[in-house]
Design a protein around this ligand. Structure first.
Ligand code: F6P
Length: 749
């Protein structure tokens, strides 16, 4: 309505200006007409009286001439007349002829040159004014054959023209005034009616009814989306508080209409292994990815597509490779993809773990890239993308692609399901662009990943490295403000989402107390009651810095003899990727370093390092965490490292100290840990000594603060934030898509 009023004010002002211009134009035009008419009449009058005028003129009969002039002025529009001789003297004039118009003055205009030839004489008309109003003065030559006798001057009254002009102006003003009022009233009326119809439609929308007028439908659909979005954002704001499985489920429902979540990850959350006694055992693999994502799947339900690598996986799945999990409390599906030995060797051991893994980690292992492995990597990525298409139940599913095993999957899904929302999370570091240049297929890898709607890394540094890599190797627009890569108008957001744990960790619920854990572990390891226990939990991987860790223990014992015979470090080492030579070497060297240190500082049954090289199920791992005085995470390079977070989560007694490598993503969040450079063996051993001497109060303070952080920044928040961002992007894409549809419709119609 305010806009309509603004429009009306503009309209009135515009019309006023138009009226003024029109009246000026009308006045000028009519004045011209009147003057032309009057001049013409003057010529007619003089030519009508020419005979009489010239005969009296020749005779110089001024009295007779005056009577003719008086006769001429009987015309109500001719006020006065005079007759001027050729020599510019006055011959005769009517009684009230204004002296202003002298014969001498006017002669200049009638005669263009002083000679007496007829060519130099012509009629002349000029508007002028007298005290009574405006007049037109006409001076018209009178000829006697070829001889000019003089000229007649007629003064015409033009006041009637002024009166007519005033009336015309008045009329124009009234007409335009009427027009302005009518236009304003009509505008306001139309605005009011449209507003009413708009508000009726919006009320209808608010009441959840369908709009009546079809042309409102697209707009109202957008309004509805907007209302929805505002409501969702308000609700999310109001929800506040801790992130829980329920809140994650609610978020999925509200923001993504409860869509089924499809996860693609190489490692499955439950592996079925046939044991020596022929029984089948369900194992939980040692994988940060599984630790983080399994609780998310339990909360959201859906399908987890993974490589079926367990020896009893085929016989426990149905003929489509599906199995409901977790065992006993089934809430989602695992869809197993079967790989041949060659595929597994080329895609998993070869390209993923001999190529990409050392490429992304700064841990001094040389990446190996073989064309054969790359071919398998491509084929297996295709197989997983096909499996996604088989598992989804709409053309716009939400797919979470995990890790470096599937860099090509996002684009392959995008080609098959263009409307899918694909989020890729890269669980390991992303190298700088120079290092990425080592990979012969860097472009294909980047292109593949950019099929995603969102790409997530643990830290901003890895996001920056990724964007720089795209900038260096691809033709794509980088939107630095949005942290996005735009290709063919489609954006891929690049965001840091530091991964975390479920909170509380379900393995702890109903489990033994820290005291019980300590006494049972001490008994298992044959430790004295006053012993001090350090713990390390890792897959046996060269990026984890296990050798450096053992060297720090050696240095501790060397530099602080008080811990000799008292401090024991137990390393739970899950064998990993053992078909790869570098991992085999690591197994040997770790064993040798441990043996050497044990040799050097061992006494009787005391061994400073206990290396337990086997897979340990989570309940066992948590017993060790709860029993230990110190946990040392010494990764040489790590995306996040969830062992550090698990140790903190395990310590509900607020005891124990975390010594943490500065090269983990976790070190950015768990700042109350003793953060060390694992390559600096002395610094690390001093940190171990500080940890073992730390007062209970300080332990409590540090632990409390880290636990509060993990309680808030848990994995439900991690997943929730990604899903909310995806939902926002999805809405934006739908709106843009719809806008494009409208445009196509309107241009084609
Ligand atoms: O933490 C990095 C990571 O690659 C995970 O993504 C993966 O699940 C884990 O290490 C274990 O590796 P793998 O699956 O090769 O045993």
């Amino acid at each position: 309505m305010r806009q309509a009023i603004r429009f009306v004010v503009g309209l009135v002002l515009g019309l006023a200006l138009l009226t003024w211009i029109t009246s000026v134009l009308v006045q000028r035009t009519t004045r011209n007409w009147f003057e032309r008419d009057t001049s013409l009449r003057a010529l007619l009058v003089v030519s009508g009286a020419r005979q009489a005028l010239s005969s009296h003129w020749r005779e110089g009969q001024s009295r007779e001439l005056r009577s003719i002039l008086t006769e001429i002025t009987r015309d109500e529009r001719i006020m006065a007349a005079s007759a001027c001789n050729a020599d510019s003297s006055l011959l005769a004039s009517t009684a009230d002829f204004p002296p202003k118009f002298s014969c001498r003055e006017l002669a200049k205009h009638v005669r263009s040159s002083p000679d007496a030839s007829i060519e130099s004489w012509s009629a002349w008309h000029q508007p002028d004014s007298l005290p009574g109003g405006s007049v037109l003065v006409s001076a018209i030559p009178v000829l006697d054959g070829e001889q000019p006798l003089g000229f007649v001057v007629l003064v015409h009254d033009l006041s009637y023209a002024e009166r007519r002009e005033a009336r015309t102006r008045q009329f124009v003003l009234i007409a335009f005034g009427f027009l302005a009022v009518a236009a304003s009233v009509i505008t306001l009326l139309v605005a009011r009616l449209s507003w009413r119809s708009w508000s009726d439609e919006i009320h209808r929308l608010a009441r959840g009814e369908a709009p009546k007028q079809p042309e409102f439908r697209p707009i109202l659909r957008d309004v509805r989306e907007l209302v929805d979005r505002i409501m969702v954002e308000k609700e999310t704001e109001m929800e506040g508080g801790a992130w829980t499985p329920q809140r994650l489920k609610l978020t999925l429902k509200r923001h993504l209409q409860g869509e089924k979540v499809v996860i693609v990850a190489n490692r499955e959350p439950y592996v079925h292994e046939r044991q020596a006694d022929e029984s089948i055992r369900v194992l939980h693999p040692a994988s940060g990815l599984v630790t983080a994502l399994e609780p998310v799947m339990r909360a959201c339900s859906g399908v987890w597509i993974a490589h079926g690598g367990g020896s009893a996986d085929r016989e426990t799945a149905d003929r489509n490779g599906r199995i409901r999990v977790p065992p006993g409390e089934e809430s989602y599906f695992v869809r197993r993809v079967w790989l041949s030995k060659e595929e597994e060797s080329g895609y998993y051991y070869g390209f993923s773990n001999e190529g990409l893994w050392p490429l992304c980690h700064m841990a001094h292992a040389r990446p190996v890239f073989r064309s054969e492995d790359w071919r398998h990597y491509q084929t297996v990525n295709e197989r997983f993308a096909d499996a996604v298409c088989e598992e989804v139940d709409s053309d716009d599913p939400i797919v979470l692609v995990q890790d470096y095993h599937f860099a090509l999957v996002p684009r392959l899904i995008r080609e098959r399901l263009p409307r899918a929302t694909v989020m890729m999370f890269w669980h390991i570091p992303w190298p700088n662009s120079e290092r990425l240049g080592i990979c012969p297929w860097r472009k294909e890898i980047l292109e593949g990943m950019l099929g995603s709607s969102i790409i997530g890394f643990h830290t901003q540094i890895h996001c920056n490295n990724f964007i720089d890599s795209v900038d260096r190797f691809l033709e794509a627009r980088i939107d630095r403000e949005q942290n996005a890569v735009v290709q063919q108008g489609r954006p891929t957001l690049v965001r840091p989402y530091p991964i975390s744990l479920e909170w509380p960790v379900h393995w702890l619920i109903g489990g033994p107390s820290p005291e019980e854990c300590r006494s049972s572990i001490f008994a298992d390891l044959g430790l004295k009651p006053d012993a001090l226990l350090g713990v390390g939990v890792d897959r046996l991987d060269y990026t984890k810095g296990v050798e450096e860790r053992f060297l720090a223990v050696e240095s501790l014992l060397e530099r602080h003899p008080m811990f000799r015979g008292r401090f024991t470090f137990v390393q739970l080492a899950a064998p990993s990727r053992t078909l790869i030579e570098r991992y085999r070497q690591l197994n040997e060297s770790v064993e040798q370093v441990a043996a050497r240190i044990n040799e050097r500082f061992g006494q009787g049954t005391y061994r400073p390092i206990i290396l337990l090289r086997s897979h340990h199920e989570p309940p066992t791992v948590f017993r060790y965490y709860r029993a230990a005085d110190v946990c040392y995470v010494s990764s040489l390079h790590d995306g996040m490292n969830l062992v550090a977070k698990e140790f903190v989560a395990a310590r509900d007694d607020e005891r124990g100290v975390l010594v943490l490598s500065q090269f983990t993503g976790a070190a950015r969040e768990l700042t109350e840990a003793l953060v060390v450079n694992p390559y600096d063996i002395e610094e690390a051993s001093s940190a171990l000594a500080t940890a073992l001497n730390m007062s209970r109060e300080e332990q409590r303070e540090r632990m409390r603060s880290m636990r509060a952080f993990l309680a808030e920044f848990n994995v439900y928040r991690w997943a929730g934030r990604m899903l909310v961002d995806a939902a926002r992007l999805r809405r934006r894409e739908r709106l843009t898509g719809r806008l494009a549809e409208h445009l196509v419709e309107s241009t084609s119609s």
